[in-house]
Design a protein around this ligand. Structure first.
Ligand code: ZN
Length: 187
């Protein structure tokens, strides 16, 4: 799988960029972006909770609720998107078995671009494929690497500055507005 950093960071940022959902709901449902990897403890991994059936069930709930319970419908849609995003990204990192238990066909897309730094010659790879059987769990898994650290560090720095500016602005608004409110109450 891509790192937890990728699974838990990219989908909510994409959702927030659409401005379609309340940021609080986007954060509330975030655990669904990692939920599929629970099947590591209940094999077959990449099959049981990585199938398309859970996102489809969420989509059905959204369809049923969208008219009378729009907020609940939004939550179902968010959960479904997070579940889908997880399996979709796993497609590029080892593959998933999307129709398990009806089929144990695993689909994957191996893609990369290597560059010879002396000649600047690129060597692109794009190799989508299918194989029978659920993906085997590698004996060693690179849980966290330099790319993930860089993404996480930049996000934390920007989030920290944003949070500091926000609290600073709220404090300034309270201080500046207080005398005006007192003036407004004078007869
Ligand atoms: Zn996964």
């Amino acid at each position: 799988m891509p790192s937890i950093v990728i699974h838990a960071l990219i989908p909510p940022l994409v959702l927030l960029a659409t401005r379609r959902f309340a940021p609080r709901d986007v954060l509330l449902l975030l655990p669904f972006s990692l939920l599929p990897d629970l099947d590591f403890f209940i094999p077959p991994h990449r099959a049981l909770v990585h199938s398309v059936f859970l996102p489809v069930a969420a989509l059905v709930l959204w369809w049923r609720w969208r008219a009378r319970q729009p907020h609940e419908a939004d939550l179902a849609l968010l959960a479904g998107f997070y579940l889908f995003s997880h399996s979709f990204m796993d497609l590029f990192a080892g593959g998933v078995t999307p129709f398990w238990p009806l089929s144990d066909a695993t689909f994957y897309i191996d893609t990369s671009i290597l560059i010879d730094t002396r000649t600047l010659q690129p060597y692109p790879t794009f190799n989508p494929g299918e194989q029978q059987g659920v993906p085997e769990v590698s004996p060693v898994f690179e849980f966290f690497n330099g790319d993930h650290a860089a993404i996480l560090a930049l996000t934390l720095v920007v989030a920290g500055i944003w949070a500091w500016r926000r609290s600073h602005r709220i404090h300034r608004t309270v201080v500046v507005s207080a005398p005006e409110e007192r003036l407004g109450r004078q007869p």
